[in-house]
Design a protein around this ligand. Structure first.
Ligand code: IPM
Ligand code: MG
Length: 350
């Protein structure tokens, strides 16, 4: 019986994760679930955002269903005690270097995007974001510079092995789709990006069937709102991927719709699955959050960690059908509660 670690986390995390778990349970796949606190919620009970038991559960499980972390009450703590440290810690400890963030427009949501419907019609992008390197994990700190001024610093770096393995994920993903890969960097300014670009080019020799292009990140941000449907697969580093995937989510209507998978191998054993949205403390506990991103993350879990494509599609079709019938939470311009949106999806599960 596959074991799913459920880490609801902070803010709206528990609300949306509850709905995702309901959907998984309704499929009757014989999954077992074990829950553990993470982020601010864990700090409250144990003084640590990532208790050892939580990390051990994540490692032991066949897959991790993650809610969200972040709580303004803990922003003043030293960095290693803040909720975000838990998420970064799990990514690092589990070696989850490949973050898959699909941005797909459900037809019923063509008018939910802030972009014109004709610009986003047919949108179907996957952002492949590197997740365990870059400026996120480099040396960082505060110091005094030569003039005696306070200075903050974060070192950006990638080695060639790190770039190659994420490039391979990008190429493999493109191979299963429209065979277009756009690598995003800032090679006109950054040495890290120059190495990135060199290694992506070298890796491309093994993928002659994939049309590879390179784009600077500023241009990519612009093209994503100008002609988003030109993209198929985007592969990029941790920081650029963080930013561009939020941006891509708005092309798809709402950040409340986008799931993600974090994998440590292209063939994806014990990955972590989470909505790309955060903990949204402003609406936490009010039953307003859109559970679709969490529910769709559960679909990705079935696809990538349990190799159950059929069940993944059952979930995705149910979400699509619920939207077709007009089910909408507030972020999509409707008034359904989190639970009612979960009900609407469950009602369409066939
Ligand atoms: C994300 C989030 C995280 C990140 C934060 C919460 C640390 O924004 O998963 O995109 O920056 O990676
Ligand atoms: Mg982010």
């Amino acid at each position: 019986m596959p074991l799913i670690a459920v880490l609801p986390g902070d803010g709206i995390g528990p609300e949306v994760t509850t709905q995702a778990r309901r959907v998984l349970e309704a499929l009757d796949l014989g999954l077992t679930f074990e829950e553990a606190p993470v982020g601010g919620a864990a700090y409250m009970v144990s003084g640590r955002p990532l208790p050892e038991e939580t990390l051990a559960l994540a490692k032991r499980a066949d897959a991790v269903l993650f809610g969200a972390i972040g709580d303004p009450r803990f922003e003043g703590l030293e960095r290693r005690l803040r909720p975000e440290a838990a998420l970064l810690g799990i990514r690092r400890e589990l070696g989850l270097f490949a973050n898959i963030r699909p941005a797909t427009l459900f037809p019923a949501l063509a008018n939910a995007s802030t972009l014109k419907p004709e610009v986003v019609a047919g949108l179907d992008i996957v952002v492949v974001r590197e997740l365990t390197g870059d400026v996120y994990f480099g040396e960082k700190g505060h110091r005094q510079n030569a003039e005696g001024l306070r200075q903050g610093f974060d070192v950006m770096s990638y080695d060639e092995a790190e770039v190659e393995r994420i490039a391979i994920v990008g190429f493999e993903m493109a191979r299963r789709r429209k065979k277009k890969l756009c690598s995003v960097d800032k090679a006109n300014v950054l040495e890290t990006s120059q190495l990135w670009r060199d290694v992506v080019n070298e890796t491309s020799l093994q993928y002659p069937d994939i049309a590879l292009t390179h784009m600077y990140v500023d241009n990519a941000a612009m093209q994503l709102v100008r002609r988003p449907t030109d993209f198929d697969v985007i592969v990029t580093g941790n920081l650029f991927g963080d930013i561009l995937s939020d941006q891509a989510s708005m092309c798809a209507g709402s950040i409340g719709m986008l799931p993600s998978a974090s994998l440590r191998a292209w063939s994806g054993d014990n990955g972590m699955y989470e909505p790309i949205h955060g903990s949204a403390p402003d609406i936490a506990g009010q039953g307003k959050a859109n559970p679709c991103a969490a529910i769709l993350s559960a679909a990705m879990l079935l696809r990538h960690s349990l190799n159950d494509e059929a069940s993944a599609q059952r979930i995705e079709k149910a979400v699509s059908a619920a939207l077709d019938k007009g089910a909408r939470t507030a972020d999509l311009g409707g008034s359904l509660s989190t639970q009612a949106m979960g009900d609407a999806v469950l009602a369409e599960l066939v």
